[in-house]
Design a protein around this ligand. Structure first.
Ligand SMILES: [Zn+2]
Length: 391
């Protein structure tokens, strides 16, 4: 009935270091960055002169020598420095094997971090985390976890806030998947007009605050563009923008979690479209980007939550604009983005375009599940587009 799987889960906590600890953490980040850039330069030269990369083993040995030369590297915790080499090694592997981009140098400007593979201690009752050489740092454990800690990554966001991200390996009991009947299935149409419209007719609006925050963001960015490089005002605006980004991200995450949890609880199968949705011309680029990243995150949440509770997520490709196809087989070629509703001239059905799309997504997802094809071939169940009927 139940089987167990190991899962990696990340828990993120805000850290409240003392001023002294903050100074130390910044030095730790600086040392990690230094080692990363040093190793990247070394690997690049080796590659250019000898035609081959440098091994982890060689890098480890060189790091030991480097620490003799630069005593200040010995004043911070050493594990994050070694971990920087592990990360770089992985980046090179991705570059060579998966043809991903060449690893790049880390700048003072970007996100600063240090990863501890071990040596971190947690004291739940006192709300403190121990980091080697930095000591016990105050935090607030919003939620506890069970399982084995794999790594702890401490970082400073551009807003200046410190965080600890704890990667935990947890053995979980997962129920057997429930059978798919179609009765407890739902289709969902993701869009810019509403975040999601369900085949049941329910509509989930984009959070009210989103537009307001985006507007504020635009204003701040415009102001930033007018400041001079290196000025105090520019730095201040940067921080404000970073804080706003953070707030938007947190609240959005909240919204997505609520919705995905709710759907997985209510339905056995959730059908959605692939998220590279076209047909969003005329919308502001920023809004589109944010919506798109929201959908990707939403799908990720849906999928893992479904797995945990033995439910299903079915994703179909975007093979036909689903808001145009009436269940009777009529295909509305003239539908524009501005038309929210339409009437089928063949069968007289009245359609809300998004609810229709959600229902079609559900039908097609099930047909794909049964036939293994993206275009369903069951005339009675899912009629194909009839060429002759196109106006
Ligand atoms: Zn019709």
């Amino acid at each position: 009935m139940w089987y167990s799987i190991t899962m990696l889960k990340a828990y993120r906590y805000r850290l409240y270091p003392t001023e002294e600890q903050a100074v130390f953490l910044n030095r730790q980040f600086g040392s990690v960055r230094y080692v990363h850039n040093w190793a990247l330069a070394l690997a690049t030269t080796t590659y250019q002169t000898q035609g081959q990369g440098i091994t982890r083993f060689q890098l480890d040995k060189r790091l030991t020598a480097l620490k003799q030369e630069l005593p200040w590297l010995g004043e911070v915790a050493s594990q994050p420095l070694q971990q920087a080499l592990v990360h770089l090694d992985k980046a090179f592997t991705r570059f060579f094997r998966e043809k991903k981009g060449y690893p790049h140098f880390h700048s003072k400007r970007g996100k600063q971090s240090a990863t501890y593979p071990q040596g971190v201690k947690i004291h739940w009752e006192n709300d403190v985390i121990y980091l080697p050489k930095a000591g016990w740092i105050r935090t607030v454990f919003s939620r506890r976890f069970v399982g084995t800690v794999k790594t702890v990554t401490v970082s400073r966001a551009p807003s200046g806030k410190f965080f600890a991200s704890v990667l935990v390996e947890d053995e979980n009991q997962v129920p057997d998947a429930v059978p798919e009947t179609g009765e407890r299935a739902v289709g969902g149409d993701l869009g810019l007009h509403d975040f999601m419209v369900l085949s049941t007719g329910e509509k989930y609006r984009h959070p009210q605050w989103l537009e307001r925050e985006l507007y504020r963001l635009k204003i701040l960015q415009r102001r930033l563009a007018k400041t001079t490089k290196g000025s105090k005002n520019r730095a201040k605006l940067r921080r404000q923008i970073a804080r706003l980004h953070e707030r938007v991200a947190n609240r959005r995450q909240d919204f997505l979690h609520k919705l995905s949890t709710d759907l997985v609880r209510r339905f056995d199968t959730i059908c959605i479209e692939d998220l590279n949705v076209a047909g969003m011309v005329g919308n502001h680029a920023l809004a589109r980007r944010i919506a798109q990243s929201g959908w990707a995150e939403f799908r990720r949440q849906l999928e893992y939550k479904a797995t945990w509770s033995g439910k299903h997520v079915r994703v179909i490709g975007r093979f036909a604009p689903s808001s145009r196809l009436c269940p009777c087989g009529y295909y509305n070629r003239l539908l524009t983005l501005a038309d929210r509703q339409w009437d089928c001239p063949d069968c007289g059905r009245h359609h809300d375009r998004d609810i229709l799309a959600a229902n079609n997504i559900k039908r097609f997802a099930f047909a794909k599940h049964l036939t293994g094809r993206d275009t369903p071939g069951e005339p009675g169940e899912c009629p194909l587009v009839d060429e002759r009927r196109k106006p």
